[in-house]
Write a protein that binds this ligand. Structure first.
Ligand code: BG6
Length: 504
C-alpha cells in the first residue's frame, strides 16, 4: 500500500512505448516515484513498458528499478521502490508488426487490470521517434485499445518534436484526429512542467500590481534567452536534422512567449487558457523572405579552449557531417500584432555551447519620462526591468533606481530578489510530475492543442524555408563558450538595445 491523497489520480495503467530509452529512465520513472511519494498516484496502478528489445519482465524490472535507485540516491524509499517493482511489466517486439506485439500488449493489459483491480483506463506515452507516432497509435486503436467509453478513458501523450514543419505537423494532426478525439491527445512540452514557467501565470494574474504596466504603454521590449552551456553531446544524428530553431523555438520558446504575452483567460479551464495562448501565436507577425534576412540570426559553434578545457566544434561532433550547415544558435526579433503589444519587440535567442545554462524572460520597461537627476552619469541612469529566471536559478528580480548615499543626488541600480528555494525550500522534481498527473486526471491545460502546434509552425516554417534556400556561408561563426555570433548583438544594437547576459 502507498499513502494516497484525496487528489490522487484515477486508477489506470501507463503504457510506455520506448520503455528502454533514456527518457523512461531519466524522467518518467523518477517522476512517477515522486508522484507516488507525495501521494498523487492511485493504489490501483500499473506500468507496462513496451520496447523493441525482447526482454523478460524480470530483466526489465531489474534494470529500471536499479536505474531508479541510482537516480534517487541514498534517500530512496525502499518500500516505495518495492511497490513499483510489484506493478511494472514489459513486453517487446516489432512496432510494425500488426499482430504479435499488440496482442501481447492486449493480454498484458487484461492481466494487470485483473491483478491490480484497475478499471480499463489506459494512457500511452509515446517516447518513440515521431515518425512512429501515428503508426503506433493506429495499431493501438485497431486492436481495440484506443476507444474510450462510458466508465473508462484512453489517452495518448506524444513527445516532441511534433512535426518538422507546418506541412508535417498538419499531416500528423490529421492522421491522429482521424482515429482519436482531440481530448485524447496530449502533446507534451516539458517546459510547461517547470514550476517557474507555471508561475508566470500566477505572477501575472494572481497579483494586481504588474498587470496594469504589462503592455506597450510601459514595456519597451522583451528578451527571452534559453542558453545552454552543453553542446550537442551524443545527439548529433537527431540534432543535425533539426537545428536550434526547430529544436527549441516552436515549442519551448513559444510557450514562454505565450504565457508572457497572453490576455487573462476567462478561467483556468484547459481551453480557456489555450484559447488565449493560441491568439498570441496567431498574432506573431509572419516573416517575409526579406524579414528573415533582417530579423533572424543563425549561428554554429566552433571549437574553443576555455579554462584549459578544449571544446569541440559542432562539425566535429559524432554523427554530424564535417560540412554541416545546421544552426546551433538562433535569434529572432518578433512582433506581436495585437492591441497590447503593438510596437514592442520580442527578442528571443537560444543556443548550444553558450557560457552558461540560463533561461530568462526579461521585461524591459521604458525610461522615466523626464530625468531629474543630472548628476547621474548616463550609463547609471536606471531603467526598470523584471527578470523571471526560469533555470537554473529559479527567482524573480526587480531592478530599479535608488539614491546612492552621499551629498549629491545620484542614482544607482538596485535589485529586489525573490528566490524560490530560499522561500519555499528545495524541492526535487524532474519537471514531468505535473504533466503525468494532469494527463491521469484529464487536465490538458499544460498540453498543446493541434491549432497551437500549427500556428507555431506557421511562424517558423517560412524562416526554415529561407534558411534552407540560402545556406549559411559563414559557419562556424561563434566560438564554443561565448554568447553567439556578433550579428545577434547587431540585431539589438540597430534598435538601440543590448542583450543582457549577466543578470544573475
Ligand atoms: C529539449 C531539446 O527539448 O530541450 C534539447 O531537444 C534541449 O536540445 C532541452 O537541450 C532543454 O531542456 P531543459 O529543460 O534542459 O532546458
Amino acid at each position: 500500500m502507498i499513502e494516497t491523497k484525496q487528489k490522487a489520480a484515477d486508477p489506470c495503467v501507463m503504457v510506455i512505448f520506448g520503455a528502454t530509452g533514456d527518457l523512461t529512465k531519466r524522467k518518467l520513472f523518477p517522476a512517477l516515484y515522486y508522484l507516488a511519494k507525495d501521494g498523487f498516484l492511485p493504489e490501483n496502478f500499473a506500468i507496462i513498458g513496451v520496447g523493441r528489445q525482447e526482454l523478460s519482465g524480470a530483466s526489465f524490472r531489474k534494470q529500471i528499478i536499479s536505474d531508479l535507485k541510482s537516480f534517487i540516491g541514498k534517500d530512496v524509499d525502499r518500500k516505495l521502490v518495492k511497490w513499483f517493482e510489484d506493478r511494472t511489466y514489459y513486453t517487446g517486439g516489432d512496432f510494425d508488426d500488426d499482430k504479435a506485439l499488440f496482442s501481447d500488449i492486449k493480454n498484458l493489459l487484461d492481466e494487470v487490470t485483473n491483478t491490480h483491480e484497475i478499471p480499463k483506463n489506459y494512457f500511452y506515452y509515446m517516447a518513440i521517434p515521431p515518425f512512429l507516432f501515428s503508426n503506433v497509435a493506429n495499431k493501438i486503436v485497431k486492436n481495440g485499445l484506443g476507444k474510450q467509453d462510458e466508465g473508462f478513458w484512453r489517452r495518448f501523450i506524444f513527445e516532441k518534436p511534433f512535426g518538422k514543419d507546418l506541412e508535417s505537423a498538419k499531416k500528423l494532426n490529421s492522421e491522429l484526429l482521424e482515429i482519436l478525439e482531440e481530448n485524447q491527445i496530449y502533446r507534451i512540452d516539458h517546459y510547461l512542467g517547470k514550476e517557474t514557467v507555471q508561475n508566470i501565470l500566477v505572477f501575472r494574474f494572481g497579483n494586481s500590481i504588474f498587470e496594469p504596466i504589462w503592455n506597450r504603454n510601459y514595456v519597451d521590449h522583451v528578451q527571452i534567452t534559453v542558453a545552454e552551456d552543453l553542446g550537442v553531446g551524443t545527439r548529433g544524428g537527431y540534432y543535425d536534422k533539426a537545428g536550434a530553431l526547430r529544436d527549441m523555438v516552436p515549442n519551448h520558446i513559444f510557450q514562454l512567449i505565450t504565457l508572457t504575452a497572453m490576455e487573462p483567460p476567462v478561467s483556468f479551464e484547459a481551453d480557456a487558457v489555450r484559447d488565449e495562448q493560441a491568439k498570441i501565436l496567431q498574432a506573431i507577425q509572419l516573416f517575409s523572405p526579406e524579414d528573415v534576412l533582417n530579423k533572424t540570426v543563425r549561428g554554429q559553434y566552433d571549437e574553443n579552449e576555455i579554462n584549459g578545457e578544449s571544446l569541440k566544434a559542432y562539425r566535429d561532433v559524432e554523427n554530424v557531417p564535417a560540412n554541416s550547415n545546421t544552426e546551433t544558435y538562433a535569434a529572432l526579433k518578433l512582433s506581436i500584432d495585437n492591441w497590447r503589444w503593438a510596437g514592442v519587440p520580442f527578442y528571443v535567442r537560444t543556443g548550444k555551447r553558450m557560457p552558461k545554462k540560463h533561461t530568462t524572460i526579461l521585461i524591459q520597461f521604458k525610461k522615466a519620462p523626464f530625468m531629474l537627476f543630472r548628476d547621474t552619469e548616463i550609463d547609471h541612469l536606471t531603467t526598470n526591468r523584471i527578470v523571471l529566471h526560469i533555470q537554473p536559478d529559479e527567482s524573480i528580480t526587480l531592478h530599479f533606481g535608488a539614491k546612492i548615499p552621499g551629498p549629491l543626488v545620484k542614482m544607482g541600480t538596485v535589485d529586489m530578489d525573490f528566490d524560490y528555494s530560499e522561500h519555499f525550500g528545495e524541492t526535487v522534481s524532474t519537471g514531468y510530475e505535473r504533466l503525468l498527473y494532469d494527463c491521469m486526471v484529464g487536465d490538458a491545460t499544460l498540453f498543446q492543442r493541434a491549432d497551437m502546434v500549427e500556428a507555431s509552425w506557421c511562424v517558423v516554417s517560412p524562416i526554415l524555408d529561407v534558411w534552407e534556400a540560402l545556406p549559411a556561408r559563414n559557419f562556424p561563426n561563434y566560438k564554443a563558450g561565448t554568447w553567439g555570433p556578433k550579428e545577434a548583438d547587431e540585431l539589438l544594437e540597430s534598435d538601440g538595445h543590448k542583450w543582457k547576459n549577466n543578470i544573475d
